[in-house]
Design a protein around this ligand. Sequence first.
Ligand SMILES: Nc1ncnc2c1ncn2[C@@H]1O[C@H](COP(=O)(O)OP(=O)(O)OP(=O)(O)O)[C@@H](O)[C@H]1O
Ligand SMILES: [Mg+2]
Length: 442
Amino acid sequence: MTEVMEKDGLETARPDTEAVSQIVIENVWKVFGRDPKRVLGKNYRNLSKDEVQEKTGCIIGMRNINLEIKKGEFYILMGLSGSGKSTLIRNLIRLVNPTSGTIKVNGKNLTTMSHEQLLDFRRNNFGMVFQHYGLLPHLTVLDNAAYGLKVKGIPKGERYAKAMTTLETVGLKGWEDYYPGSLSGGMQQRVGLARALANDPEILLMDEPFSGLDPLIRRQMQDELVELQDKLQKTIVFVTHDLHEALKLGDRIAILRNGEVVQIGTPEEIVTQPADDYVQEFVRDASPAKVLTAGSIMEPAKELLYAWEGPKTALTLLNSKKRRAAFVVNKAHELLGVTGIKDLEKLLASEVKHRTIPASAIRKVTSVLPDTILEDLFPIVSQNQYPIPVVDEKNRLQGVVTTDQIFESISPPEEDEAAAEAETETETKAKAKAKSDEGGLV
Ligand SMILES: Nc1ncnc2c1ncn2[C@@H]1O[C@H](COP(=O)(O)OP(=O)(O)OP(=O)(O)O)[C@@H](O)[C@H]1O
Ligand SMILES: [Mg+2]
């Protein structure tokens, strides 16, 4: 699933048979200015963006971009101002025409389409949301939401019905008859989103849609978008400057600099393996606790007790391994809980004989799914005297995460003082508490 960009811009994609690439961008350049194609010639193409500008007056917007966006993927474009994010996203619908290279969407080559074909293709496949909401002030919320459908020639009754549904989806039911001017920024952006969704496009393009909103509303909109995406499963290309937004929303992130892609990766890869100093600078404040997952740091449970082997065997095993307790699984490898020497001794001292370890001797434990981020493990380790078991959807034990593993994986290298300071108070407290609690198990 993961992809890493080589420094020279060549993409080394690992085969991924499950997901289908919906958008494929190959060798795309965009040069702004007079006679832009000459910049692609051998005299200029290897010069830096600044050198090209100095020598030719042309500005490189995109330099040899190669990337693939999968169906249903939430794909983030990030980079400093002027790095080419807007140029790239606008290229995807040819609002900006590439100077060279190809852009394919659902296997269709956009670069060779006629103007009419392109308009048609855009309307049928894409929804767009931009930073400045782009609402028409003299139209009501309902008419704004229905605008794209009107342009497509959908009859009034049908387009209003669809627009009403999408307004409801974005939480604006009851606001249809108002004008944009009487809505807050967040609400206006919801209208923008409703308009983009009204057409039920497969692909949503969003260029800094939340950057005009104040932080609280922005966070709320992000949460809503995450929820919406869970339901709708669109392919979303999303531009942002904000690392935290990128980490929260993105399945993958492409980082751009001077029109080039410098790294493509999952949030976890970007934060834990930044490709160079530029990316490092972006992720400096990011806590690995927000991106690393239980599944990525778990280890196999060292000792496991099998319920069907009975309490005696379990006790013998714990004694011989000098362990106070261990996790118990059944034949399907489902996690039943934890049992310890004391529980087993008590059980064996009673009159009733047990061939298997009974539920009464097994204590329930909190388990997590592999995709749980480490930050969400802190409250568990701080309350729990055991390592955290990681289970799949069917409750089958996959591995365990110990407090040490958690804190090792989020600790910065010693010389990195800036990162050390980023350890949050919660992390420190959870660490202290958990250290004092955990003992003897696994
Ligand atoms: N129409 C244009 N004419 C000339 N140069 C342009 C044009 N549009 C963009 N550029 C240049 O292309 C480069 C990339 O611009 P782009 O707008 O894509 O950056 P961005 O990453 O979206 O920045 P921001 O975060 O500020 O929105 C910049 O150097 C910009 O000056
Ligand atoms: Mg931009």
